[in-house]
Design a protein around this ligand. Sequence first.
Ligand SMILES: [Zn+2]
Length: 332
Amino acid sequence: MEERFSRQVILSQLGREGQRRLHVARVLVVGCGALGSHTAAALLRAGARRLILVDRDILELHNLHRVALYTQADVGRPKAEALAEHLEAIDPAAQIQVHVAHFGPREAEELVPKVDLVLDGLDNLETRYLLNDACIKYGVPWIYAAVLGVSGMTMPIHPHRGPCLRCLFPTPPPPGTLPTCATHGILGPVPKAVGAIQAAMAIRFLAEGVFPVGRLFQFDFWSMDFRDIAVERRPDCPACGRGEYEFLRETSRTVTLCGDAVHILPHSREGVDLEQLANRLSSLGKVRRGSGVLFFEVAGISFTVFPDGRAIIKGVKDPARAQALYDQYISR
Ligand SMILES: [Zn+2]
């Protein structure tokens, strides 16, 4: 056994067999921002060397206060690529596959069946519904995790053995109703702490096949109030109850328009409250109401948002980047 893991292998909970299982496990990390970078770093250091990293975004200066491993020299680089380099520097035996792409239905169908466990490093709820559908369809366990402001939460999901994300939140909220890190901020240590908890659950699962299913863990890192909430399976759950997987059937949500503009189609059919959205965005950029639409400008990018949740984003050519901006400002 390698010296690198000698202080971990002597844990009675893990042992040589647990360590061996960590080495051969395949793990998919979806999202390589704050949560994903901390979780991936903790898992790689523990000996889970076969990682697949997916992220569509580039690292920005305002990410650095909360992420793991990245340095200022990585600003402007694709996150998944930069993270893979840092991980390989920690352990040259790592076998890391990188996908710089939006995690859509095609990527979900391709990657989820290949792995033993999926870790949520996402920054938006819509993609989590897609991930949940894929994991339930292929019977692959995953760990839901989310952070915002001074709080975070996580729930391990073992398909058909406990509740899934749609048992917890049956329908996606309409675009523009949830706060995001861009609008409400995030305390640096929060993703690190939640990532560590996610990684600890992942290590036990990979070593022993055991998850604390049916439990949502909520943490407030300001008041230090921690809650452990029981969650039941719903027999009528569209994903794990009825097997409908509607998010896997969605076709591409972005359409590139002429010039540097991209059209984004929302998942939800409930529409968006433009008044509420205008209030939320007013401190972040220039907001103007037109006839039945909302105009929003920030950092050289302009958004035209329609009441049905559609948006035209000008100033970007790359559909994945436009999708990221939509999720950041309009919908989480
Ligand atoms: Zn369910």
